[in-house]
Design a protein around this ligand. Structure first.
Ligand SMILES: Cc1cc2nc3c(=O)[nH]c(=O)nc-3n(C[C@H](O)[C@H](O)[C@H](O)COP(=O)(O)OP(=O)(O)OC[C@H]3O[C@@H](n4cnc5c(N)ncnc54)[C@H](O)[C@@H]3O)c2cc1C
Length: 376
């Protein structure tokens, strides 16, 4: 693996750096998990789009720059180093979009992707249900064919939908064949949240932000054109989304490298000896995560598939995020409780082992599919 950036990548870095330096808001935006904060973040997302930085790796026709995966990593690095706002469009751009590129029809790609890139349509992930979290195949929300209407009628309940109360659309799995095996009877649907029969109820998270929603669907009519990847193919299509969610597209190394550098600054400010070993260890782990992802990008660029390995990413980044923030909290002492980036980052890091599939489940996947251990 060659770790030097090409002249083209360096030029890309400089262009991104200059734009970010001139445009990143001087003061941090309010949390994107509040209604007002979400609106402020959308203004930022639209500025990113206007300058063609919102989806750099997408084709130009859809609002991107046709950037390579390497350039995308470079951009992410610069983005986090510049302290730019968290992406409130991430569930669409980083999770749904790769799935639409892989499984969507041309009509779906043309209809969905440009509006997503421009932050006009805002997508929420509707997978979890009261009885289906880790066991996603236990999904009970159903879709029943309505021949006369030329579509499907969706009924059921989704929960833990991140920023669902602020989004315009939902992607989710619904059971289309109750007789089929658990994994086989599912279909992936795209649902506008203003459709008749949809009720969205926001609720508070542990930190008081109202970023979650429950979504209730009561006989919601969705046309055939909003089935993604084929009827009964939902599990296979969803696993592609999951690969993006656990893998590097959702959590690029830039985010952790930047936090590790902030941790070093904090340790320096606190003086010699302050939790030195833990600071160094966390910093090294952030560099290790970058190397790990560089190796994965090499694999992808060379045409290999990343499968169950994305569970390793997920375990690594979620534990790394906690280590970085716990170390900062120890350095800060009682000051760690003051509302600010470290305390907010700490609270959010605690959710890392749960969302995108719990770490217990990721360990099962690593044990069975990567290490070949027998199922219990
Ligand atoms: C911040 C955050 C954002 C989220 N955003 C979304 C979103 O936008 N959309 C969405 O659909 N969902 C979202 N979720 C939900 C998340 O995907 C689920 O919480 C997660 O999949 C776990 O499901 P569960 O809560 O039903 O827990 P359960 O599945 O009931 O699990 C409870 C515990 O049992 C363990 N467990 C369960 N089965 C096994 C097993 N076979 N082996 C070992 N251990 C097991 C789990 O690991 C866990 O520790 C979000 C969650 C969080 C915390």
């Amino acid at each position: 693996m060659d770790l030097t950036w090409s002249a083209e990548e360096e030029a890309f870095r400089q262009e991104a750096r200059a734009w970010l330096a001139a445009n990143v808001p001087a003061n941090p935006l309010p949390s994107g998990d509040t209604r007002a904060g979400f609106a402020a973040h959308l203004e930022w997302e639209r500025a990113l789009f206007e300058a063609r930085w919102s989806v750099v790796s997408w084709p130009e026709a859809y609002g991107g720059r046709d950037a390579s995966l390497w350039q995308w990593l470079v951009f992410e690095d610069e983005y986090h180093r510049a302290g730019a706002p968290a992406r409130v469009t991430q569930n669409g751009i980083f999770l749904l979009a790769p799935t639409v590129f892989a499984f969507g029809t041309e009509e779906q790609q043309r209809r969905i992707l440009p509006r997503m890139a421009a932050a006009e349509d805002l997508w929420a992930q509707g997978w979890s249900e009261p009885g289906a979290g880790s066991d996603l195949a236990a999904i009970r929300s159903r879709a029943v064919r309505d021949e006369g209407a030329g579509g499907w009628r969706l009924t059921g309940q989704k929960t833990w939908t991140t920023r669902g109360a602020f989004c315009t659309h939902l992607f989710g799995l619904f059971r289309t064949d109750p007789e089929a095996e658990r994994h086989r009877g599912l279909t992936y649907f795209l649902v506008p949240l203003d459709a008749p029969g949809v009720t969205v109820r926001g609720f508070e998270r542990l930190d008081g932000d109202e970023g979650f929603a429950e979504v209730f669907l009561d006989d919601v009519l969705v046309p055939d054109a909003d089935v993604l990847g084929g009827v009964g193919e939902g599990w296979r299509v969803a696993m592609a989304t999951t690969g993006s969610e656990r893998g590097l597209t959702l959590r690029s190394p830039g985010r952790f490298l930047h936090t590790a550098d902030r941790l070093l600054d904090l340790a320096r400010a606190k003086g010699p000896g302050a939790h030195r070993d833990r600071v160094v260890q966390s910093w090294i782990e952030a560099q290790a995560y970058e190397l790990f992802t560089l190796e994965q990008v090499t694999s992808i660029v060379e045409g290999r598939q990343v499968g169950a390995e994305s569970s390793l990413n997920k375990l690594f980044w979620s534990q790394l995020d906690i280590a970085l923030h716990e170390t900062a909290a120890e350095l800060l002492g009682p000051e760690a409780e003051v509302d600010g980036p470290w305390s907010r980052g700490f609270l959010f890091s605690l959710a890392g082992p749960i969302y995108a599939g719990t770490n217990e489940i990721q360990r099962n996947i690593v044990a069975e599919r990567l290490l070949g251990l027998p199922r219990r």
